[in-house]
Design a protein around this ligand. Structure first.
Ligand SMILES: Nc1ncnc2c1ncn2[C@@H]1O[C@H](COP(=O)(O)OP(=O)(O)OP(=O)(O)O)[C@@H](O)[C@H]1O
Ligand SMILES: [Mg+2]
Length: 378
């Protein structure tokens, strides 16, 4: 890869050569999009939802399938922000020199917006003034209708979708769903990491989005597939890594994409080849040290009891019977009710990850590096 000094990305997406697998997920997404089905993408943080969406957009380009628009609403606080972010995403995708862009600008000007460009990134910024809530709702509908009328199928991916549950507008889901029902050419991808919230939104019979989409759960990448990918990338850069070192990386990072990528990135940056398991262990220590200020900050945000609970889970690596005597007794946590309260608080803060597999519920410390650090320090 020309111009990329370190092939292990720790944010975003560049090319498929630097992206590991996800072939099955791409197929499902493509099948959904081709058959007019909207998709709800769910996975814990940092497993690779955003990367998958961007990789999918690339895949659509290869297949010369329609157009795609990506909007991340993580920072949105209400409908007004949502509209602004959507308008900016459309402008970014279809600059004024394209035919859709020209039409979009014309459409936008009808809303008397202030349009500017960020001095640093050059990204478009849109500000619209509304006089009534109704105007906002009409604008949202107008934006989606505009996209729908472009004579080209469009995938609209809304990342961090769970955010709309926090909006002061309580009818946001109903509003969006009503708008969507009148569209013919737009396929939606809704992506989010708060599993319970997302499931409530899309699987409760009394919610507007009930049963309107198909779920796609993004899991960890297969260990062997990831191992081959890592070895290949090193080889492509003319570097060598021992197989044992690769497994050390995957074990330590628990095959959790972001943490695996970060550790690979660190190991690669150490510039000592062939990479051995010992090098990997040095890179791990190094990463923990670099992240220590953030870990200490977490500690400030928790009560001593919550902090101790987190340490206990880290030491166990994963806990299934979290309020059972085996665990509670071993770490002096108190009563099962205590344990349940602590779990709830820590899950809400996204410090504990609660996941469900065929055997039941399992808990881990959400941040893999924090988990390793707690294990080491206490
Ligand atoms: N298949 C992949 N191969 C290689 N790197 C990947 C892959 N998927 C994701 N990544 C990398 O892993 C990191 C985390 O991925 P990403 O940001 O897509 O996760 P996410 O699930 O969207 O997280 P969040 O919920 O926090 O937004 C990024 O650095 C990204 O570049
Ligand atoms: Mg993301």
């Amino acid at each position: 890869m020309k111009g990329v000094k370190n092939p292990f990305l720790v944010k975003g997406y560049l090319t498929k050569e630097l992206f590991c697998n996800r072939e099955k997920e791409l197929e499902v997404l493509y099948e959904n999009v081709s058959n007019g089905i909207d998709t709800t993408l769910i996975s814990p943080r940092r497993i690779g939802k955003t990367g998958l969406i961007l990789r999918f957009f690339d895949y659509l380009k290869e297949k010369k399938w329609g157009e795609s628009v990506y909007v991340d609403i993580y920072a949105s606080r209400g409908l007004e922000d949502f509209i602004r972010m959507l308008a900016e995403a459309i402008l970014l995708k279809f600059p004024e020199k394209t035919s859709i862009g020209k039409r979009f600008m014309h459409f936008l000007k009808g809303l008397r917006p202030l349009i500017g460009y960020d001095a640093l990134t050059g990204e478009p910024q849109v500000q619209i003034v509304y006089h009534t809530p109704q105007e906002r709702e009409n604008t949202l509908k107008g934006l989606l209708d505009f996209l729908d009328m472009q004579n080209v199928p469009i995938v609209l991916a809304i990342d961090e979708f769970q955010q709309i549950a926090e909006y002061p507008e309580k009818n946001m889901e109903a509003l969006l769903r009503t708008c969507m029902q009148q569209l013919n050419n737009i396929r939606f991808i809704f992506s989010g990491s708060r599993r319970t919230l997302m499931l409530e939104m899309f699987s409760s019979a009394n919610r507007p989005f009930f049963a309107s989409t198909q779920y796609l759960t993004v899991d960890k990448i297969d260990r062997e597939v990831y191992a081959s990918f890592i070895i290949h990338l090193f080889e492509n850069y003319g570097k060598e890594i021992e197989r044992e070192a690769v497994y050390e990386i995957l074990d330590w990072s628990n095959v959790h994409t972001f943490y695996t990528q970060s550790l690979c990135n660190r190991v690669f940056a150490m510039d000592e080849f062939p990479v051995t398991a010992e090098h990997v262990r040095m890179a791990c220590s190094d990463l923990l040290e670099r992240n220590e200020p953030a870990f200490l900050q977490y500690r400030q945000l928790l009560t001593p009891i919550q902090w101790n609970f987190l340490i206990a889970v880290a030491k166990e690596r994963e806990v299934r019977q979290i309020s059972a005597q085996g665990f509670v007794g071993k770490y002096n946590i108190g009563t099962p009710a205590n344990a349940r309260r602590l779990v709830k608080a820590l899950v809400d803060k996204e410090l504990l990850l609660e996941s469900v597999d065929k055997k039941g519920i399992v808990y881990r410390v959400y941040d893999v590096f924090l988990s390793r650090w707690l294990e080491r320090e206490y």
